[in-house]
Design a protein around this ligand. Structure first.
Ligand code: GLU
Length: 289
């Protein structure tokens, strides 16, 4: 059997909170118990929202929790090639491959147009499906989608200047087995629409970057929050489009606040850092003590 390779992939857009701590702890234990490798990757693609100070805080918080990784920066070091901002060349290659295979099309809809035309996604009966940070906005109705899929690589040699979307096979059920939640099933064109893979401001989008990285870093199991279940269905389509085998999936239940809402980085009261400053122990933060 292939050696287990897991990863933790925080975005340095705020302080990590209790929810991150528990998900990353699960990722750490699963890699450790499998005698495998854990990779730490800095998902700092968004130049406006990513801050070096948050990346440093992530390293310290993970270290304080007792989470150890085998690939990635040392505490106090820099992420280097484990930062998405340093991996652009690789994402461009993937954009090109998808383009040549006829999976992409340019989308010129403005943010305002999108908010006016987009349809609310169908409600999904799966209780654990929370719309995640990558699900912003309702479902794209396909305004810019060309009638037939085609290789546009003769017309475009760079993604810059326009949004790029992945054309989903409408009606296709994407099913996968989740290590925690069991069998999952989402329908393309009903549960999610054509999704962005490259932004108009020339930043690769999450769905493309994460698949490219998990493939290059030879990740065998992706452990992350349940808010990304729907993104997993999108990513499976990207793996298929590229002819790559998908990893296994393990989604962790989300930690909810007192109002039953998903924790966000604005919940400073539940930031690992705040709890640590208040004298809580790692075991208390992790809920293992
Ligand atoms: N960077 C993403 C986030 O912080 C997680 C991506 C993933 O684990 O696939 O929401």
């Amino acid at each position: 059997m292939k050696q287990y390779r897991g990863r933790i992939a925080p975005s340095p857009t705020g302080l990590l909170h209790v929810g991150h701590a528990r998900t990353f702890w699960t990722a750490f234990l699963r890699a450790r118990d499998a005698g495998g490798i854990l990779v730490l990757r800095n998902e700092d693609l968004d130049p406006q929202r990513s801050k070096a100070a948050f990346a440093n805080a992530m390293l310290e918080d993970l270290d304080w929790l007792g989470i150890r990784w085998q690939e990635g920066p040392d505490v106090g070091g820099t992420f280097g090639p484990y930062s998405q901002s340093e991996r652009r060349g690789q994402y461009l290659q993937v954009w090109k491959q998808l383009l040549e295979r006829g999976f992409l099309y340019p989308c010129t809809c403005s943010r305002r147009e999108l908010s006016e035309i987009a349809q609310p996604p169908h409600d999904h009966p799966g209780a654990q499906v929370h719309r995640g940070p990558q699900d912003e906005g309702p479902m794209y109705p396909g305004t810019c989608r060309p009638e037939t899929a085609a290789d546009l690589s003769k017309q475009y040699n760079s993604p810059a200047g326009v949004n790029w979307r992945f054309r989903v096979p409408d009606g296709r059920a994407v099913a996968f087995e989740d290590g925690h939640f069991g069998p999952q099933r989402f329908v393309a064109g009903e549960d999610f629409g054509d999704f962005p893979v490259w932004r108009r401001d020339d930043v690769p989008a999450y769905q493309l970057a994460v698949v490219a990285d998990d493939q290059t870093m030879r990740i065998t199991e992706v452990v992350r929050g349940a808010d990304l279940l729907l993104s997993t269905a999108r990513q499976i389509l990207v793996y298929e489009a590229l002819g790559w085998p998908a990893p296994r999936w393990y989604h962790c239940p989300l930690v909810l606040d007192e109002r039953g809402e998903k924790l966000a980085k604005r919940h400073d009261a539940l930031a690992i850092r705040t709890l640590r400053e208040q004298g809580r122990t790692p075991a208390e933060v992790l809920g293992t003590g």
